[in-house]
Every structure is written in C-alpha cells, then in structure tokens.
Design a protein around this ligand. Sequence first.
Ligand code: NA7
Length: 536
Amino acid sequence: AVSGNVERFDALIIGAGFTGLYQLHSLRDRLGLNAQVLEVADGVGGTWYWNRYPGARCDSESHSYCYYFSKELLNEWEWSERYPGQEEIRSYLNFVADRFDLRKDIRLGDRVVSARFDDAATLWHVTTEAGKRYAAPFLITGVGCLSSANVPDIPGLEDFKGDWYHTGEWPHEGVDFSGKRVGQIGTGSTGIQAAPVIAASADHLTVFQRTANYSIPARNHPLSDAFKQYAREHSDEIHKVMISNPNGHPFSIEDRLVASVSEEERQAIYEEAWEKGGLRFRAVFKDLMVDKAANDTASDFIKSKIREIVKDPKTAALLSTLDHPFGTKRPPVDTEYFETFNRDNVTLIDIKSDPIKRITETGIETENARYDLDIIVFATGFDAITGPLLRIDIAGKDELSLKDAWAAGPKTYLGLQVAGFPNLFTVTGPGSPSVLTNMPVSIEQHVDWITDCIAKMRANGQTRIEATEKAAEDWVIETNRAAEATLLPLANSSWYLGANVPGKPRVFMPYAGGLQNYRARCDAVADAGYEGFVLS
Ligand code: NA7
C-alpha cells in the first residue's frame, strides 16, 4: 500500500544475503506478511556479491555452508568442492532467490541511509539514497558483519597514479595483474587467500605484513560423488552435529585434553589434522581455546610448520613470530600461502618494524624504504559487526541514535535487539555468536527465532517488542564473561574487539559461550514468554 509517497509494508528487511533471503521467505511464505527486502547491490548475495577478490572462498565446508531449512533445496543443490568459492556461493544464493520466488520482493540498487522509529504509530520509517521512503512496524537488519570495508587512512593515497582496490569492493570485471608490480597490505583470512593467486600472475608481489598470522592448509578438492551422496542422505545427522556444537561446523570438538595424551601422540594428532586441513584443526582437543599451555602446543606446531615450509630464514622468522595464541584471531585457512614466499617474485615486508609512512604517486613509502608499485590491494578487513549498522542513521525512541546508544560499545540483548529500539531485530548483531560460527547456521537460528516471535505476537494481538535496558546490560556482562572464560581476549589486535579500526571502542563483540548454549538460551527466553523483553 502507498500512502503519500511512503510505501507501507508489514516488515522491512535490509540486505539480500544469507539473512535477507531467508528472512523474506520466512515472513512472507510462512507468516503471510507483506515483507520487502532493500539491498544496495545490483544483485543478491551479500558478502558473496562484493568479495570477488582473487582466491575468495569460504573456509566453512560446502555441505555445511548452506541453508538447512528445506530438504528440497538440500537435494536440488550440489556443491562441487570441499570449500565453496565465491562465484559458486553467489550462484547458490541466486538459485535460492529463484527457487523461492524471492526476487519480486527485493528492491536492488539503492542504499538504506536512515531508519527512524515513530513511537506513536509503532512504525519504522526507512529512507534510501535515491530518496525512496518505506514504512513498516518491523525492521530486520541483515547487513552482515564484514561488509563495511576498512581502507586505512594512509596519507597520500589520493596521489597514487596506479590503481588500488579493497578486497571487499572488488571490481566485477576482475583485475589483470600480469606484468604488474603489486603491493598487498593485510594478512588476515582475505590476504592469505589472495596472495598466492595474485603472485601466480603478477610480475612481482610485495606483501606488507603488520601482524603475522597462523594459517592451516585448506586442502580444498573436488567433492566425490560418494561424498555428495553421503551428505544428501545424512543431512539430518549432519545438521544435528552443526546445531549441537559451539561453532556450527559439521564436526564436533574432540572430548580430550592436550595433557591427556603423550607428546608423541599429540604430534601425530596435529600432523594428521594438518594433513586433513581446515578449521577441523582447532577441534582436535577441547582445551585449545581455554588453556594457554594447551594452546601453546598447537601454536608451536604451526610455527614449526611455517619454518619448515618457508625457505628463506628471515622471511620464515617474520611469518612465524606471532603475537597471539592460535585461534584467538579468526584462524585463516589457505592454499599455498606460506609456500608463496618461496617464489622469486614475492617479497615480505615487515611494517611493524618499518611502518608505512605514506603513499606516493609511485608506490608505498615506509620509514626506511620505497616500493614502486602499479597496483595496491587493501586486504585490510572491515569495520566489523557494528560498522554496517552504524553507517545507517538509525534512531529509536526519543530520537536516540544507535551511534549514541553504542558510544561506549555495542549493547544488545542476545545480539537480537537494542533497548530503546522497539521492533528492530539485528540478525548477527553484536552479542550474537555468529562470527565465531559457521554463519548460515547462526543465521537460520536468528531468523527462525525472530519469525516465531513475530508469529506469536500476531497470534496474541501484540504489536510491539522491546528489550529491557536491564536485559541488555546483563547480556553485555554475560558476553564479557563468556569471552573471559576463553583465550580470545588475548589477541589484542583482533576485529572481534574492534581493534583494527582506529578510535573504535574496544569491546569483545561476539558471544563466545558457544552456539549450542546460545540456542538453548534463546529458546528458554521465548518459552518463558520472552523474558527480558516487554511486549505490548
Ligand atoms: P582481517 O582479518 O581484519 O585482516 C586485515 C589485515 O589487514 C590484518 O593483517 C591487519 O593487520 C591488516 N591491516 C589492517 N589495517 C592496517 C593498516 N592500517 N596497516 C597495515 N595493515 C593493516 O580482515 P580479512 O578481510 O582478512 O578477514 C575478515 C574476515 O572475513 C575473516 O576473519 C573471516 O571471518 C572472513 P593487523 O592484524 O590489524 O595488524
């Protein structure tokens, strides 16, 4: 319905990634609501629409990096490799959009710039860059956690005569590196995936490393027909494993302590996990993320692997001098990352000891040296978790802006709602475990919980739900407590803490108490009549 030039809906959803697509399907096709998705990109896919950098691939395994809500969908889609590449995930999400006839309720190519709550009318008013105006009683954000690119503010970037790109805003036509001198800043999951692929075609690649990183070989490979059949036939069991462990992956954490095995057995366990590859490495002992001495054994194992692989001792030392325990920053998985430094056309520069001073017309200048470059690749990450929400001008009751509400750090109840912002649901928001998990599993839980909540409200004739200040404060305390019980806070430059963005409040944002515990908690809250929320 259109009133004036404001289009009215039952629910508005921001973003057409994993969250937005499923949230639309749930509200429209299960509850019969008139729901609409607003998306800035010209296509669906979210993260996987934008992140088209060389080597872009998910580090969750394909058969788990997808929706489980529909058996038909599980049967109709077939993944080709152990880990899904960017283009294949984007195809999958396009397939989902067609399969559930979602496109007709998705508006593409326009950015939501503001969302304001009309308290008297219990209505969210949403405005886009193109000046479109929408209103709905419910507003659900599916804006992602790693979607606000962080291009560091290095003086002189505007003078650079070559081309530069951020990996999260990669040109659709791709970038031709042949014959080019390329500089890459950043060695997180993204940089670690990109470097080997860039090095394979560039004339020369210079990697500027601020902080060395652990990485486990991915051991990607085409999936066999036998595995595809197994995954299809056992989807219930696989799903059960995913929803009953702390990170939503299709494997459980071994129920054994590092100290319970001999040193010889331990080495053998790590060797085997290294050969199998991927995030499973972290799951071989149950105390790796909670006991520093236990973690040291895994950290030392990886460091020794790096030194074994990298031939030049100076480069090997730079890559294996690590300032944080393994797994306390998001652990990358790679394909030939460390091996890449054995190539003649690759150089590693330590910008911790020789920091970047500025960018010039011709390249990058550090305190002590100059590097002539044709292309600069920023693999410098994102203003994570809160960034995508805060770049929308969101205001709740009494015109309280989200920016002000979160000035000292984000505060949510269960990651799903903010006190003072009724009927606003933040899927994968701060305080949710999502970024510590296999994303689609967290997303399905959030979306199902929100959908059930709205369904129950409608059945009870209720129109408004709002988290109490007290519940949000307690959840922040609980989120801190959960993080403190792990080694995660030991990585002081991690994006979990907002430490990668200058000036951002340092707060451990995700809930580290485990996805299975979080699910149980959300269910208990709902069963207790939405404890911690006020419904009216
Ligand atoms: P990350 O993991 O945040 O990595 C960013 C990298 O860029 C990291 O090595 C940073 O070093 C480096 N960085 C950031 N800012 C600068 C500046 N100003 N100068 C030099 N180096 C800098 O982002 P990714 O895109 O790799 O991965 C994000 C997530 O996507 C990943 O965790 C997966 O969940 C998927 P630092 O460590 O801060 O010293």
